[in-house]
Design a protein around this ligand. Sequence first.
Ligand SMILES: Nc1ncnc2c1ncn2[C@@H]1O[C@H](COP(=O)(O)OP(=O)(O)OP(=O)(O)O)[C@@H](O)[C@H]1O
Ligand SMILES: O=P(O)(O)OC[C@H]1O[C@H](OP(=O)(O)OP(=O)(O)O)[C@H](O)[C@@H]1O
Length: 269
Amino acid sequence: RSVVRLGLPSKGRMAELTLSLLKSCQLSVRQLNPRQYTADIPQVPNLEVWFQRPTDIVRKLCSGDLDLGIVGYDIISEYAQGNDDLVIIHDALDFGHCRLSLAVPKEGIFDSINTLEDLLNMPQWTEERPMRVVTGFGYVGAKFLKEKGFKHVSFLAGDGALESYPAMGMADAIVDLVSSGTTLRENNLKEIEGGVILESQATLVASKKSLNRREGVLEISHEMLERLEAHLTASGKIMVTANMRGNSAEEVAERVLSQTSLCGLQVSL
Ligand SMILES: Nc1ncnc2c1ncn2[C@@H]1O[C@H](COP(=O)(O)OP(=O)(O)OP(=O)(O)O)[C@@H](O)[C@H]1O
Ligand SMILES: O=P(O)(O)OC[C@H]1O[C@H](OP(=O)(O)OP(=O)(O)O)[C@H](O)[C@@H]1O
């Protein structure tokens, strides 16, 4: 194929936010039919947008069926599983902030368990009765616990509402995404100190093979990066244009900067 493909989240909390970020960067996505999975960005010729589930974006970047994608760092870490063909070309798109964290019930045997060390030293976990962890992040979750020295752990895969598993007696601990912490609190769970496995936000990812071999991928990546950077740098800043009389630009600048109420301003002449 000669066209470059960009994967964007088709649903979930990242979908809308991705489109609005791109719109703010003058990269509006034009989807002719909301039931179709393809779209384009008129400002970027030769680019095809494909709406996919975030996990599938990562899989398709790995298989070479997509060249670029916007997904959370959590999903890349879990589903690319160290595949070194993927390269993160923007690691902080400033939305979808969350952390992947280890949490346990507040009470019962975990009453006085607050740190990773406390959890590791609990006598309850044995080969016959390992600590049961439910997660949708089995790869990074297991890697983390192994690196921290946990020996007796068993993993149970779950897709959602993981905070309910300990109360149902199906798991001792959970490894799940946390943002405000409300879901954990409402389900009588607490995060373990030192148990943050990764911090995540939306990223722009590319396949290295595509960048090196497919015509147009490098140029489109540059174009997107420039626009994203410009937008992210500018957000939260305002520009004020004013006409002021003075004998020289320097004199005007000096007068403006000497006003304490205007501190923080940068003057360009
Ligand atoms: N509470 C949260 N606050 C902020 N960002 C989050 C939160 N939970 C998840 N995310 C980010 O949003 C991404 C998508 O999460 P979401 O729960 O919408 O998944 P989804 O695409 O609907 O998939 P699924 O339905 O399988 O969970 C996550 O991979 C993560 O990067
Ligand atoms: O810390 P909080 O702000 O409460 O957010 C955390 C919750 O958000 C995500 O779930 P989501 O709402 O996507 O539902 P899910 O359980 O179906 O994935 C995550 O899996 C947590 O359950």
